[in-house]
Design a protein around this ligand. Structure first.
Ligand SMILES: [Fe+2]
Length: 318
């Protein structure tokens, strides 16, 4: 079993940081993230090039991400790979074959754009698969999928126990659940208080007690797509030494000295939709897969994402 190692690949000693994997979006997302971070350390935890068919977007998002700390997602790993092995998403069996096929088609089209930037692709392919950072004195592990695999689904919301029967039914979920025992072992073996991930597309956070210490798994869903029902904003993970919940927080918790929150990544949804349609017109795999999510988010409600002792904000951003 491969487990997140305990090496400190990111020499960060930060008071505030954020992770924003699954950006799946365009240049102005990068600019917004720079605004969101303003002076904080940022860590992009992969798949930031999903849907970046436009060469200008591909280039500018690469430059934004590479200006921060970053790890590779399966998208960047596949873009840098000489082999044609689809999107590398590692989809579990319950994901519909049509979704798998669509993602493979998107990856083939992204390869054509990426081929114009061999130097950037080489740099992206050379990114580490995980990072650890010390934020407000707490050790944070940053992965893309789960601690065992770059494209692992062990930290998908639908896999987490106790299971959410509504969500599992909506997704047609089946398979091995991720038990608290498994998560505790990951946290313990990695020696981290917080495990921040993305990849599986739906955000959530859940706390666990490990030898009497509260620890956290937090998945930011997607920073560049709508995540919750009826919303269009992306979600990033904010980590801060400031114990106060941010004014725009969606849900959060304090882990030792570290405040951890899901925060919205705002962008102009009309502009994004227009740019998306330019790159992914009706009939294209991107359009079939993502337009509805861009316009209306997902069926997920924020209260389903705030698990365990996570506190939902009094006024959840709309
Ligand atoms: Fe991924």
């Amino acid at each position: 079993m491969r487990v997140l190692a305990v090496g400190n690949r990111l020499a960060a000693r930060a008071e505030r940081a954020g992770t924003f994997g699954g950006s799946r979006r365009r240049a102005c997302i990068g600019i917004r993230l720079n605004g969101l971070l303003h002076g904080r350390r940022g860590a992009a935890n992969g798949d930031f090039h999903w849907l970046d068919l436009d060469p200008g977007d591909f280039q500018s998002i690469s430059q934004t991400v590479l200006a921060h700390s970053a790890i590779s997602g399966n998208v960047e790993a596949e873009l840098a790979s000489a082999q044609d092995s689809g999107c590398g998403c590692g989809y579990p069996d319950y994901i519909d074959d049509a979704v798998v096929e669509r993602s493979n088609q998107i990856m083939t089209m992204l390869q054509a754009t990426a081929g114009r930037f061999p130097d950037l692709v080489a740099r992206l392919g050379g990114l580490p698969r995980y990072l650890t950072a010390s934020v407000a004195g707490q050790r944070v592990g940053i992965v893309h999928g789960d601690p065992e695999s770059l494209a692992g689904w062990g930290l998908a919301l639908e896999a987490m126990e106790p299971g959410d029967p509504v969500l599992r039914r909506q997704l047609g979920w089946s398979g091995q659940p991720t038990t608290p025992t498994m998560v505790r072992e990951w946290l313990e073996r990695a020696g981290v208080s917080v495990l921040a991930c993305t990849h599986t597309g739906l955000p959530f956070a859940q706390d666990f007690l490990v030898a009497g210490d509260r620890r956290l798994v937090i998945n930011n869903g997607a920073a560049g797509l709508g995540n919750f029902a009826g919303t269009t904003y992306g979600v990033a993970t904010r980590l801060s030494s400031d114990p106060r919940a941010p004014a725009d927080g969606i849900y959060g918790i304090t882990i030792g000295t570290l405040r951890c929150d899901a925060v919205p990544v705002r962008f102009d949804p009309a502009e994004w939709r227009e740019r998306f349609l330019t790159q992914w017109p009706p009939g294209s795999p991107g359009h079939r897969g993502y337009l509805a999510r861009i316009e209306r988010g997902t069926p997920l409600r924020p209260e389903q994402a705030a698990r365990g002792n996570l506190r939902l904000a009094n006024r959840v951003p709309r």
